[in-house]
Design a protein around this ligand. Structure first.
Ligand code: 13P
Length: 251
């Protein structure tokens, strides 16, 4: 099966109204003819602003997180999947390692959030990845298998059938030290084969994104991996020119 490439930007807690406007203007004239699916996930308050400015442009807008709760209620500070859909989002990142490490999101919470996102009509981009310590101890595959198994145990079939999975080794995030193309391909192949044991159809169709220090100068080599279907880009997605260079490397 040929899977479409995707290049997604995760702005994390960066940006401003002026930065959104500049990015939208620079990207709008430059994406024609690019084959990859493009997505930007700005901070939630900018979803609507960015979406308005790229409407009619082949760039989707997504959220970086959604509440685990689906119904409105007394959840101060939370933003539901339905709310970000209202703002124009079509995707939501869930289970980013920063959410897991800094905000205590467990595998079960991540699966619940993925279900909530999918129920609201969003495509969940579910993040998995190992720490440096785990990799050095030879546990990378076991850690990823456990994260994926938890997903299969707690996420709905409807959620899994549309989900995108992002492999983001924690040691590569924001460090400038990307996984090598071989390391990324090896783990992506492992993830796909682990998924195949649980759901053969999903294994073939699911887009597996690599994330962690993806830059214009390493993107093409990473994308050459047969099981690498694109990237989830942090720092290099903040500027339109570097994001576009990565998008061009994806075809
Ligand atoms: P960097 O591309 O800045 O390493 O961030 C990766 C990431 O965490 C994307 O979600």
């Amino acid at each position: 099966m040929t899977r479409r490439m995707m290049v997604a930007g995760n702005w994390k807690m960066n940006g401003s109204a002026a930065a959104v406007d500049r990015f939208a203007e620079e990207i709008s004239t430059a994406v024609d003819g690019l084959a990859a699916q493009l997505l930007i996930c700005p901070p939630a308050v900018y979803i609507e602003r960015l979406g308005r400015q790229v409407s009619g442009v082949a760039v989707a807008v997504g959220a970086q997180n959604v509440a685990a709760e689906r119904e409105p209620g007394a959840f101060t500070g939370e933003t539901s999947g339905e709310m970000v859909v209202d703002a124009g989002a079509t995707y939501a990142i869930v289970g980013h390692s920063e959410r897991r490490a800094l905000y205590g999101e467990t595998d079960q919470v991540v699966a619940t959030k993925a279900n909530a996102a999918a129920a609201a009509g969003l495509v969940p981009i579910i993040c998995v990845g190992e720490t440096l310590e785990q990799r050095e101890a030879g546990q990378a595959e076991a850690v990823l298998a456990a994260q994926l198994d938890a997903l299969f145990d707690h996420a709905d079939q409807d959620t899994l059938s549309i989900a995108v999975i992002a492999y983001e080794p924690i040691w590569a995030i924001g460090t400038g030290h990307s996984a090598t193309p071989d390391q990324a391909q090896e783990i992506h192949a492992f993830i796909r084969s682990h998924i195949r044991d649980r759901n053969a159809t999903m294994a073939e169709s699911v887009q597996l994104l690599y994330g962690g220090s993806v830059k214009p100068d390493n993107a093409a080599a990473l994308f050459a991996g047969a099981d690498v279907d694109g990237a989830l880009v942090g720092g290099a997605s903040l500027k339109a020119d570097s994001f576009l260079d990565i998008a061009r490397a994806a075809g």
